[in-house]
Write a protein that binds this ligand. Structure first.
Ligand code: BES
Ligand code: MN
Ligand code: ZN
Length: 501
């Protein structure tokens, strides 16, 4: 990941290879933001006409590359549109920063002259740049991707404490998001449950996080019939990673649970080939909770976090679970399996039961759980479901402040009742009706959280970008939910997020 720093240099004299300058639309036409007025002045009266002649209208994320011809100290100036000056917000800053740095090629360093009024804006600009510069090159044999490795956010008061902290926070958060992206992008032949568990544990020296890995024998001892049932068709046996961050005097205790299916073939209820192409992404929830836990620890947030990542590969074989099998879950409940492709809820059921054991103030699970959630909300919005009415509405707001789109969905009574309608066992795993799949899955998970306050994030859509890159979202793994989880810990520490209504 590139380095990030803040500097109180003028945009026209900064000693980087390129400078990105923000341009807003106003009633009087295009105007360079205050942080970049000196650059516009250096170009002279022709500045705005030049932008217009290049077809630049100042639309959000639009860029125009201007050779500086030595009117300023950098060789390249990149004008980036910020849209209407009056409707600027931090998400638009993130996207503009990303568009700006992405327009710079074959340069080592880039400075950003964007409107930063305080530490939060500096953090947003830093995040946009660091997330926007991500690319996954582990399996390419060609060399450097030519993207800048040194990012400088220009702002006055660069030496003040809050700005320094904003830079640090952006770096820690983006390292976590990019770590989750790397794991999601890693091909499933190279990220089996055992390998993933090892890689999770390998990070523990970075922060004061304790990591425990349970193998299949230990999972059997604990009675994790769901995790073992899903994993039994694969030659790569399941694991469960448990991470603990225990600060001295925690303001709250949060448990995180992430779905870690390293590849989801559907099992015997086999997926069609095209639906399988992206199913290495089915461990995105696990990647998100692990990465977020490391970030929370690195930030030293006064919130105790325990993360549980059940890791398994869902494969068809002679040893695979069958539709019709009954599994006994860790909490003692029996489950009638009806579709082996609804495997996420089985691994999560066991992990949620572990998570509620020491009675945390909040349990959050993250999972690429249902295709139905993409039908409901599209590919860029995550679903939020909960047994707590207040949190159901507070969590999407937290996500929004972190720059992620999430939306509340209900768990209606009639759908909840279907979970307990098995003729064979305590619970039925699958509702064959084609409607409300996301809601049924959440109702099933709810049966494992006892009376804990619980929030379920279905990130089937936003976790993996099957289309073109946009804003600071790359193709492939996106790191969805990492920023929301970190923000949630921040707000749990300081605000009234967990207060009762
Ligand atoms: N991992 C999938 C859900 C998914 C689909 C994630 C598309 C990302 C993109 C999950 O395990 C699954 O297969 N769900 C089934 C549930 C069904 C059998 C009730 C689905 O959505 O079809
Ligand atoms: Mn599945
Ligand atoms: Zn799955």
């Amino acid at each position: 990941m590139p380095t990030l720093s803040a500097r109180s240099t003028k945009a026209s004299t900064v000693r980087t290879d390129a400078v990105v300058i923000g341009v807003v639309q106003t009633g009087k036409g295009l105007v360079a933001v205050d942080e970049a007025t000196d650059v516009a002045k250096a170009f002279g009266r022709g500045f705005v006409p030049m932008l217009s002649s290049l077809g630049f209208e100042g639309k959000p994320g639009q860029v125009a590359k201007l050779p500086s011809a030595h009117v300023v100290d950098t060789a390249l100036v990149v004008a980036v549109g910020l849209g209407d000056a009056d409707s600027l917000d931090s998400e638009r800053l993130r996207r503009a920063a990303a568009a700006g740095v992405q327009a710079v090629s074959n340069a080592v360093s880039v400075a950003l002259a964007l409107p930063v009024e305080g530490a939060a804006d500096v953090q947003a600009v830093g995040e946009g740049a660091l997330l926007g510069l991500y690319s996954y090159d582990a399996y390419r044999t060609a060399e450097s991707n030519g993207r800048p490795s040194d990012v400088v956010v220009l702002c006055d008061r660069a030496r003040s404490r809050d700005i320094k902290q904003a830079v640090d926070t952006a770096q820690i958060v983006c390292r976590a998001v990019n770590m989750a992206r790397d794991w999601v992008n890693t091909p499933p032949n190279d990220l089996t449950p055992a390998v993933f568990a090892e890689q999770i544990a390998a990070h523990k020296s970075d922060a004061k996080v304790k990591v425990t890995i349970l193998d299949d024998k230990e999972l059997a001892k604990q009675g994790c019939g769901g995790i073992l049932g899903v994993g039994q068709g694969s030659v790569h046996p399941p694991r469960l990673a448990q991470l603990t961050w225990s600060p001295r005097r925690p303001a709250a205790r949060i448990a995180l649970v992430g779905k870690g299916i390293t590849f989801d073939s559907g099992g015997l209820s086999l997926k069609p080939g095209t639906s399988m192409m992206t199913m290495k992404c089915d461990m995105s929830g696990a990647a998100a909770v692990v990465a977020a836990t490391y970030a929370i620890a690195e930030l030293g947030l006064p919130v105790a976090v325990t993360a549980y990542a059940p890791l398994a590969e869902n494969m068809p074989s002679g040893t695979a679970a069958r539709p019709g099998d009954v599994l006994t879950m860790r909490n003692g409940k029996t489950v009638e399996v009806l579709n082996t492709d609804a495997e996420g809820r089985l691994v999560l059921g066991d992990a949620l039961d572990m998570a509620v054991e020491d009675e945390p103030d909040l349990v959050v699970d993250v999972a690429t759980l249902t295709g139905a959630c993409m039908v409901a909300l599209g590919t860029r919005v995550g679903g939020v479901l909960s047994n707590d009415e207040a949190l159901l509405h507070r969590i999407p707001a937290v996500a929004g402040r972190a720059g992620e789109a999430m939306w509340p969905l209900p768990i209606p009574e009639d759908i909840g009742a279907k979970v307990t309608s098995s003729v064979m066992a305590d619970l039925r795993q699958h509702n064959p009706e084609p409607y409300g799949g996301t809601l049924f899955a959440a109702a099933f998970l709810r049966a494992f959280v006892k009376d804990a306050r619980w929030v379920h994030l279905d990130v089937a859509g936003p976790a993996y970008n099957d289309g073109d890159a946009h804003g600071y979202t790359p193709k492939g793994g996106t790191g969805a939910a990492v920023r929301t989880l970190v923000r949630l810990a921040q707000e749990a520490a300081t605000g009234d997020l967990l207060e009762d209504v």
